[in-house]
Design a protein around this ligand. Structure first.
Ligand SMILES: *Cc1c(COP(=O)(O)O)cnc(C)c1O
Length: 367
């Protein structure tokens, strides 16, 4: 594509590299004429959503002629009750990804500096760049977000800091003491995003109680999603927890009808089905053990074994390895966009999916 468009395209967007998504099952089936394709590439919940969420979405199909509730009043109230916060702290987004973009818009101008960790989630870079901000990349220590170095990187132009906790693709995270200590030192005028897309998977007792921290630090914005543990990736529901002033601005700049009626209904029902959530978390734990053992047998190491994915050092070109697996009907995620050419990200699937992917990977490694 040309860099010299004749349109008045914002220059930061001409330079923008698109987000690279996982390959879809249908595409790979068609491309390699396969009957079965296993996708372990986008950190989705292999169980999908609660059947109650599916039923609620189906029910909502009877009202497709009307615009959805622009405030998503019922879902927002259900979330407020669930999280023990006031609805005035909540912004709902068409996926949390859309909220990251809105946060970028809210806190940046062309002179602004946005601090992002070296292997930080790709959407952070896009959210900053679309808005013409200058991205300040802070190198990581042993694949962990270096909070101390982030503090050092703050200048009087810094307006926003993005941290994913745990981070995708590394899976590493910082504990309550570290995050608290960090927030105590960030100037109150600098907004800090804690992207907690994998919050539900985190059971460690020293994982930050971010909602309590949000009450203490008005510059803290938390984002979470229904796409991962709740298994509703296709419905595109995410939310931000922030102080009421920031929340008011976010609600002004979001699209007025950003959540469809079936999405609102499905998310509400999903929130209510704790049993399904726990079944998924238990399955994930077993799958994580299955993969950890298999990787050890292959002599491979993962960066960390949290959340619902593993980022593995495959000691060879990861993209080529993924290509050979695609031909066998297994979709994993190469991490070239993160400059991790010898790493591959594997999402935890069902036991049967994991077994087939483990066999295929073992085979390809032995070729
Ligand atoms: C998957 C993911 C998201 C995006 O979730 P959506 O709500 O589906 O947009 C955000 N942040 C991180 C770190 C993720 O891995």
């Amino acid at each position: 594509m040309s860099d010299s468009s004749s349109f008045h395209i914002r220059s930061s967007i001409i330079r923008l590299k698109p987000y690279q998504t996982g390959k879809t099952i249908d595409k790979i089936k068609a491309l390699y004429q396969l009957d079965e394709v296993i996708k372990l590439a986008s950190n989705e919940n292999p169980l999908g959503p609660s059947t109650k969420a599916i039923a609620a979405a189906q029910n909502a199909l009877s009202d497709l002629g009307r615009y959805p509730d622009p405030q998503a009043t019922n879902l927002k109230q259900a979330l407020a009750d669930h999280l023990q916060v006031s609805p005035s702290h909540l912004t709902l987004g068409n996926g949390s990804d859309s909220l990251l973009g809105l946060i970028g818009t809210l806190f940046t101008e062309s002179e602004s500096e946005v601090i992002i960790s070296q292997y930080g989630f790709a959407s952070f870079f896009i959210a900053a760049q679309i808005n013409q901000a200058k991205v300040v990349i802070v190198p990581e220590q042993d694949f962990h977000t270096d909070l101390e170095a982030m503090l050092t990187a703050i200048t009087d132009k810094t307006s926003l800091i993005f941290i994913a906790n745990p981070n995708n693709p590394t899976g590493t995270w910082r504990n309550e003491a570290d995050i608290t200590n960090f927030l105590e030192q960030v100037p109150p005028s600098v907004a800090v995003v804690l992207d907690e897309a994998y919050y539900e998977y985190m059971s460690a007792s020293d994982f930050p109680n971010s909602i309590a921290l949000q009450e203490r630090f008005p510059n803290l914005i938390i984002t979470r999603t229904f796409s991962k543990a709740y298994g509703l990736a296709a419905m595109r529901v995410g939310y931000a927890i922030a102080n009421p002033e920031i929340t008011d601005y976010l609600n002004r700049i979001r699209a007025p009808f950003n959540l469809t009626t079936p999405s609102q209904a499905a998310a509400m029902a999903a929130l209510d089905d704790l049993a399904h959530l726990q079944t998924g978390l238990a399955l994930n734990k077993q799958g994580m053990a299955q993969w950890t053992q298999a990787l050890a047998e292959m002599g491979l190491d993962a960066i960390s074994a949290t959340c619902n994915f593993l980022t593995v050092n495959v000691k060879q070109n990861g993209e080529q390895l993924c290509q050979r697996l695609l031909e066998k009907g297994i979709i994993l995620r190469p991490l070239v966009p993160y400059h991790l050419a010898e790493y591959v990200r594997i999402s935890i699937g069902t036991e049967a999916e994991n077994s087939k992917a483990i066999s295929a990977l073992t085979e390809v490694l032995g070729e």
